[in-house]
Write a protein of this length. Structure first.
Length: 125
């Protein structure tokens, strides 16, 4: 029996979409937001359900500083057995984590945005 991968949207991903919508409304490009939602619903999510490892591994990025090395170690500890991957989508980059048969859409950013807020995904101890 084949298990279907489930895709779940996190609260952070929803906030990112809201921010994108506000930006596109202000830029008078609301149609672009509708196109993005269609692409997420009819392309990205079905693709990830069928091919959950299709995105590039986020952890394979080159480490060029001790700060990045420390951040990667901390991130790997939080991920435990999960895999962090990137899905390139037209003008956007989607960050997702895979745990067994579940994919969590963590963040979506326009290519002009510089970084992801990893601290916002896990509670502090």
């Amino acid at each position: 029996m084949t298990h279907k991968t489930t895709v779940q949207i996190t609260a952070n991903f929803e906030r990112n979409l809201e921010n994108i919508e506000v930006f596109l409304v202000e830029a008078e490009a609301l149609r672009a937001y509708d196109v993005l939602l269609d692409e997420l619903l009819f392309t990205v999510i079905p693709n990830l359900e069928r091919f959950p490892d299709m995105g590039r591994s986020f952890m394979n990025r080159p480490i060029r500083s001790i700060e990045v090395a420390n951040a990667i170690r901390a991130l790997q500890a939080k991920l435990q057995d999960g895999a962090l991957r990137e899905y390139l989508l037209s003008d956007y980059l989607v960050l997702y984590a895979r745990y067994d048969e579940t994919i969590y859409l963590l963040s979506i950013k326009h290519y002009r945005q510089l970084s992801f807020d990893f601290a916002g995904h896990w509670p502090t101890n």
